[in-house]
Ligand binder design. Structure first.
Ligand SMILES: *Cc1c(COP(=O)(O)O)cnc(C)c1O
Length: 381
């Protein structure tokens, strides 16, 4: 089945009892048993719920995996992966990482004796010097946030395989429309389904997809034992979102390209970070592993004044100033004072998160209105 068909039909069947085309929202915590232990596959909704099952099957299908797991948030899904580890184990992670992931690793799991190495992975060869007999996981996020660096998943997978490590890829920014990490050799794909998979800024959810049965069983055990599952209503919303993922992503990519090209020519802009530019440092890898370049981009205003960035953000009318990304509506953000506020100025400037850097999640509105909105706002500086 092609991707555009899978998003609608993959792993799905019509409701057995009524023929309902969409799975009902099974708003129930428990299920009647005919005799102790005799039931129809569902006992208790932490362990399993039919609406969640429908979503988990869809997730597995679109990521070319065998097993999907849905969680209460992206971070809950990351938390479950980390619970595969024992005290003393080590993780090698991308340094330009989603802030919440960094916080979970460096303040929660560090406390339980897990050691993290946060490193630049744009050259995958960098990874090997950090591997020792305690290393268990390589954690990759690509494209990265907010600098839109690209990491070579295939190369990371080769290194992981050679050293018997688990490769996890946070596929939130790209989605399986653009790249399928399992096909490139990753062991676990992780999503904040809050973003593009849900796609409508109306739900918080996380997901994991794997191929290996043994790994899936361990993760299902953790999911049930720790309990950070999502509810049936949210499962329904994300399943509905996935059905339009391909058309939304196509438009996100078109609009992203238009906005990136507009900003690149603007006299007040210093730098535009978007992997579709031929002079982007990882453009060739992006071309090889992604189908297109997505709707996320960042740009810095000349002179690097925070006041200029704030004036632009306050002046935008179609772009909403807000955390998050991946919804149909365009969003703008100021990494230095929002997502990356907790990182010291010197540290963040090293990775490119300067005071005038603005991050855009380009939505699926009319391209003309988005560019007009940016034009107006940039006139204010
Ligand atoms: C939002 C996000 C997360 C965390 O997901 P939540 O659903 O907010 O818990 C993790 N990784 C990336 C890349 C994200 O954008």
């Amino acid at each position: 089945m092609e991707f555009n068909t899978k998003v609608i039909h993959g792993g799905q069947e019509h409701d057995q009892s009524t023929g309902a085309v969409m799975p009902p929202i099974y708003q129930t915590s428990t299920y009647a048993q005919t005799s102790p232990g005799e039931h129809k596959g569902y006992e208790y909704s932490r362990t399993g719920n039919p609406t969640r099952t429908a979503l988990e099957n869809a997730l597995a299908s679109i990521e070319n995996g065998n097993f999907g797991l849905a969680f209460a948030s992206g971070l809950a899904s990351i938390d479950a992966v980390m619970k595969l580890l024992e005290p003393g184990d080590e993780v090698i992670s991308t340094n330009d990482l989603y802030g919440g992931t960094f916080r979970l690793f460096s303040t929660i799991f560090k406390k339980f004796g897990i050691k993290f190495h946060f490193i630049g992975m744009e050259r995958a060869g960098n990874i090997e010097q950090y591997i020792n007999d305690k290393t268990r996981i390589i954690w990759v996020e690509t494209p990265t946030n907010p600098m839109l660096n690209i990491i070579d998943i295939k190369k990371c997978a080769e290194i992981a395989k050679k050293n018997d490590l688990t490769l996890v890829v946070d596929n939130t920014f790209a989605t399986p429309y653009l790249q399928c990490p399992l096909d490139l050799g990753a062991d676990i794909v992780m999503h904040s389904a809050t973003k593009y998979l849900g796609g409508h800024s109306d739900v918080v959810m996380g997901a994991l997809v794997v191929r290996n049965k043994e790994l899936a069983d361990k993760l299902y055990y953790i999911q049930n034992a720790s309990g950070a599952v999502c509810g049936p209503m949210d499962s329904f919303l994300v399943l509905r979102g996935i059905k339009t993922l391909h058309v939304r992503m196509q438009r996100h990519c078109e609009n992203g390209r238009a906005v990136a090209n507009y900003l690149k020519k603007h006299p007040k802009i210093e730098n535009v970070y978007w992997p579709g530019f031929e002079n982007h440092p990882n453009h060739e890898i992006a071309r090889a592993q992604m189908k297109d370049f997505g709707g996320m981009l960042s740009f810095a205003i000349k002179g690097n004044k925070k006041a200029d960035a704030i004036r632009v953000l306050e002046s935008l009318k179609v772009f909403t100033l807000a955390e998050s990304l991946g919804g149909v509506e365009s969003l703008s953000g100021h990494p230095a004072s929002m997502t990356h506020a907790s990182i010291p100025k010197e540290e963040r400037e090293k990775t490119g998160v300067t005071d005038s850097l603005i991050r855009l999640s380009v939505g699926i509105e009319s391209e003309k209105d988005l560019i007009r909105d940016l034009e107006n706002a940039l006139q204010k500086v």
